[in-house]
Design a protein around this ligand. Structure first.
Ligand code: GDP
Length: 491
């Protein structure tokens, strides 16, 4: 059908200044070319170097991805336990499998990080989404290729990916402590056997240990270079860590002259909500938000119901008041029609929305107070639940102003996609801490230093100096996060 061809005459805006090409059909994935229409015109342009790297990655995904002869051969070698191909056999196809887990925000940050790592190491990225189907949520990001890891055959190391953990014998950390790896006096590492192993598991989830953290060292990256398959388990936005890994710094600085726009570009390049999710986003937007001249997004994430709701509400109201995020009633006059504000609330609970409606609806927020869903609690393996979460992240990203709950990767994705520097509310004391006399955070919220997500589990180890260092003193563009004191972010 005519409509199913790639659309002609796409503008630079629709292609996000060259982030994507016009190779996809419009109908297969409406969000790809419509995204720009719902977001402010970008002030950050992707660098030509980044665009060149993206095109190179696309070619690699197409040449080596599932369905190609190269991929079949690589699977065969993996299953039979053969290590890296000899130079004569080598077709340049190496793979990175992202093992995703936790909530949607965590997964998206992890996939974005894995993608950048794949680009840096010239590997094909394949995504394992666990029991869920990634295609319910996202379109394919690479033209003429799939990023979905196909079902693995019996006895393949790719068979039970969710079982890999810090105890796995093929983890980098455990291999470094075994006879598989030789360590020289100057700290260089090499495989003990002349052939590299067929695969290595990278255990990079929070709470990982010293040996797994050596992933962020130049010498260990060299060790991994020829391994045909890497399996990576992480729930974090690792990109600031990659900016601290000697082998990658130069490349990353060239790809992202504006360091604080890394997720902004990668997230917009990689994630395109499926037609069903996009339909939910755009119809909700048109019915509830489009009429307002200014949209204020409020994301309230209460972790494990341990925080008293009344205190969370007061923190939010003080933040909105102190930072003048909504007009004050006394100042607004009856004939002031110059601007109208709509408030978009996202939360698992409807309680905050009800209170905000009492406080603001019809008075200050003439565009109304809106909440698309209140799911009650976080659910796993539920496609409809995830689709709501994703559509709300995208709705938040269309706002002009954002207030988010600290620590939440859900909020990070929204701010990153929208290019918004949110006001972040630090996590308030739990009931117990409250009883012990802890006070509410002061100020109630602080402006994030950049739109970038925070990396919650960095390695503090400086491989060259062989000691821990203050990570926010190494590079001018890496700082501590306002919401997570041990986390770092690009600014
Ligand atoms: P984090 O736990 O805040 O870092 O964010 P994640 O996205 O990783 O996990 C939280 C999950 O809880 C989400 O993916 C949703 O499934 C659910 N959730 C949390 N907050 C909201 C919300 O405001 N709206 C919806 N629809 N779901 C939410």
């Amino acid at each position: 059908a005519q409509e199913d061809r790639p659309p002609a005459n796409l503008t630079a805006d629709q292609l996000l200044d060259g982030l994507f090409t016009a190779e996809f059909s419009y109908r297969s994935c409406r969000s790809r070319y419509e995204f720009a229409g719902y977001h402010k015109k970008s002030s950050h342009k992707p660098s030509p170097y980044l665009l060149a790297k993206l095109r190179k990655q696309e070619a690699l995904q197409k040449r080596c991805g599932p369905g190609t002869a190269a991929h079949k051969k690589a699977l065969r070698r993996l299953k039979s336990g053969e290590g890296a191909a000899t130079d004569a056999e080598d077709d340049g196809c190496r793979y990175l499998v992202n093992i995703s887990f936790r909530g949607l925000g965590n997964r998206m940050l992890a996939v974005a990080s894995a993608f950048l790592y794949a680009v840096l190491t010239e590997r094909v990225l394949l995504v394992h989404w666990g029991k869920k189907d990634v295609a319910d949520l996202f379109c394919e990001p690479f033209p003429h290729a799939t990023w979905v890891l196909p079902r693995a055959g019996w006895r393949s190391p790719l068979r039970k990916l969710d079982d890999y953990d810090g105890e796995s014998k093929m983890s980098l950390g455990n291999m470094l402590q075994s006879s598989a790896v030789g360590v020289s006096a100057d700290g260089n590492v090499s495989w003990a056997s002349p052939r590299t192993p067929p695969y290595v598991y990278l255990h990079l989830s929070g709470g990982y240990g010293y040996h797994d953290k050596l992933f962020y060292c130049g010498t260990h990256q060299r060790l991994l270079r020829d391994v045909p398959w890497l399996l990576m388990r992480t729930d974090s936005y690792m990109v600031p860590g990659l900016f601290l890994t000697p082998l990658f710094i130069e490349e990353l600085e060239a790809m992202f002259p504006e360091k604080d726009a890394a997720f902004y570009h990668v997230g917009r390049y990689l994630f395109h909500p499926s037609n069903a999710v996009w339909h939910a986003v755009t119809s909700y937007y048109r019915s509830n938000l489009a009429g307002a001249s200014r949209r204020v997004g409020i994301q309230i994430r209460v972790f494990q119901e341990k925080q008293p709701p009344q205190q969370v509400l007061e923190q939010l109201l003080s933040c909105v008041r102190d930072e003048k995020l909504l007009p004050v009633p006394e100042i607004k006059t009856a004939n002031d029609t110059s601007s109208s504000n709509a408030v978009l609330v996202t939360s698992l609970s409807s309680w905050y929305y009800e209170r905000l409606k009492d406080e603001y609806d019809g008075r200050l927020a003439d565009g109304g107070v809106h909440q698309p869903s209140h799911e009650g609690e976080q659910r796993w393996g539920d496609a409809a639940h995830d689709m709501k979460a994703l559509s709300e992240m995208y709705l938040l990203s269309t706002c002009d102003v954002l207030v988010t709950s600290g620590f939440s990767t859900f909020g990070y994705v929204a701010q990153g996609l929208g290019g918004l520097q949110p006001w972040v509310m630090p996590r308030i004391p739990s009931w117990d801490e409250w009883k012990e006399g802890q006070a509410a955070p002061e100020p109630p919220c602080r402006r994030a230093l950049s739109v970038e997500p925070c990396f919650h589990s960095p390695s503090y180890y400086d491989c060259a100096a062989r000691r821990d260092v203050e990570l926010d003193k190494v590079k001018p563009y890496i700082r501590r996060c306002v919401d997570v004191s041990w986390g770092i972010k690009l600014v």
